[in-house]
Ligand binder design. Structure first.
Ligand code: B12
Length: 426
């Protein structure tokens, strides 16, 4: 009897941590999936179509909560896009994400319409129309009205929803790959290469690009090569926040899962180290960890879905402010090159946003404004000076000379440092 018990014990040990990586990975996926679902409870502002998309691409579901989010997208996000359209604001990216979110729930997109000048047209007709001024803008200034990331999202969303993408629109994207026009600030934008890769791969599958298939293939292999060349020694492609999209794109472009293994492991390590607490970050990496891409939405049927994803009640986490304070020097460099330096002591662990608020409260001439975005608060104005997208300017953030890879809200102050906020053109 005793040997049997020992044997059973050994078996149980062998099938649990730390050697059972498959089980541990499954648990990690489940916990990320739950984090994303839980983010809906605390979500302020507009419902996030990227979160919906990721929930729908997951293997496990909570159909009631997903449906609730879908309804909020159809009302709140819809109204917001309608009001942007009325005010002639470009909406390519958000409209594309909205259409992908609806498609991921197998919702009939023909029933979704927007009105401009009393004319009611479907979402996809509007999206197709949005691509025209984007394309015209590229023709005279080498860049879309919004950015190449949103332009690629537009191509992807139209194609995934079965709409034929205008050959000239695809051609402009192919040329931009060729001329290496995908920048994020002054660095290459891995996220944009990834999104363009998924968009163009979809166009290739659809067989609608009749300009030159060879040209399309060259662009796709260049994108693949760019993504693979962006592999860091720690396994991330680009940075922690572009790796998810990069893996999605590589998978969509036909790479073997094994070729992405290092990147997947890097994302799992980052997830265990709580790097992905922003729901937007989780929404871009979770599909990749489940070996899916936004292209998978095209074949989604929404049949016999698992509905077992439940959220256990959680004890509220009370974070007491740290008694230790650290000094933050904030340097502001305006568009004319003028620099001003401010100093503030903040509780260790506070966000940069909290530090800036403390600084503002000192009434020593420092002010700032933020705008909400899918990634959280975007710093839009400092000391009354706006850095506008329309002027191709933004407030670039760095800490001791290293560019921040997170928002003012996500970046936590752990040590004394100098933050530089510089009005930069791009
Ligand atoms: C284009 C882009 C920019 C452009 C935006 C203007 C433009 N041309 O449209 C520029 C170059 C200005 C920019 C700036 C920054 N960016 Co940027 N950006 C992107 C990119 C490639 C696409 C965003 C987009 O259009 N999304 C589609 C639309 C539908 O979504 P949206 O939320 O409405 O889009 C707006 C916001 O995303 C906002 N935005 C852009 N970047 C950032 C970054 C943060 C932190 C926030 C809160 C908002 C924000 O601008 C978009 C257009 O209006 C994403 C890549 C990605 N994976 O999402 C990175 C990305 C969002 N950016 C990132 C970062 C780090 C920054 C900076 C903080 C860099 C820095 N060190 O200064 C700054 C923002 C500083 C600030 N003032 O708050 C990270 C964010 C990661 C994170 N964990 O938060 C991403 C994911 C890139 C990456 N892999 O590192 N960015």
């Amino acid at each position: 009897m005793l040997p049997l018990v020992i044997y059973a014990g050994l078996l149980a040990l062998a099938s649990s941590k730390p050697c059972d990586t498959e089980g541990a990975n499954r648990e990690l996926l489940l916990s990320l999936n739950k984090d994303l679902l839980r983010s809906l409870e605390s979500q302020e502002g507009l419902p996030n179509p990227s979160v919906h998309l990721a929930l729908r691409l997951s293997d496990g579901h909570n159909l009631a909560k997903e449906n609730e989010l879908l309804n909020r997208l159809k009302s709140d996000l819809h109204n917001d896009i309608q009001s942007s359209l009325t005010n002639s604001k470009p909406v390519t990216g958000i409209m594309a994400l909205y259409s992908l979110a609806l498609r991921s729930s197998c919702f009939d997109l023909n029933t979704i319409t927007f009105t401009i000048n009393d004319k009611n047209e479907t979402l996809l007709t509007h999206l197709k129309k949005q691509m025209e001024p984007e394309k015209e803008h590229i023709a005279f200034s080498q860049r879309p009205l919004t950015n190449y990331y949103q332009y690629s999202l537009g191509v992807l969303a139209l194609c995934v929803n079965g709409i034929r993408v205008n050959n000239h629109v695809s051609h402009k994207l192919i040329k931009a790959v060729d001329h290496e026009h995908f920048k994020h600030g002054d660095a290459e934008s891995v996220d944009t290469y990834a999104m363009a890769g998924m968009g163009l791969q979809c166009v290739k599958h659809s067989g609608s690009y009749v300009h030159s298939v060879a040209e399309l293939d060259i662009a796709l292999s260049k994108i693949k090569q760019k993504l693979l060349a962006s592999y860091r020694t720690d396994g991330h492609i680009g940075n922690e926040f572009s790796t998810g999209l990069a893996v999605q794109a590589l998978l969509a472009m036909g790479s073997e899962v094994a070729d992405c293994a290092a990147a997947m492991e890097a994302m799992r390590t980052a997830a265990r180290n709580n790097i992905y607490h922003n729901p937007m970050a989780v929404s871009q990496m979770l599909p990749a960890l489940q070996k899916k891409s936004y292209l998978s939405v095209k074949s989604k049927e929404c049949l016999n879905e698992d509905d077992t994803l439940l959220l256990e009640p959680q004890d509220p986490v009370v974070v007491l402010p740290s008694k230790t304070k650290v000094n933050v020097m904030v340097e502001v460099v305006t568009s004319s090159g003028e620099a001003g330096v401010y100093s503030v002591d903040v509780p260790k662990g506070n966000s940069l946003l909290e530090a800036l608020e403390l600084l503002k409260g000192k009434n020593i001439g420092f002010t700032f404004e933020t705008e909400s975005s899918l990634w959280g608060p975007y710093l839009s104005a400092v000391n009354g000076e706006q850095a506008r997208q329309s002027d191709r300017r933004y407030w670039h953030l760095s800490s001791d000379g290293a560019a921040l890879t997170q928002s003012v809200d996500d970046f936590k102050i752990k040590t004394a440092q100098k933050i530089t906020i510089k009005n930069t053109s791009y």
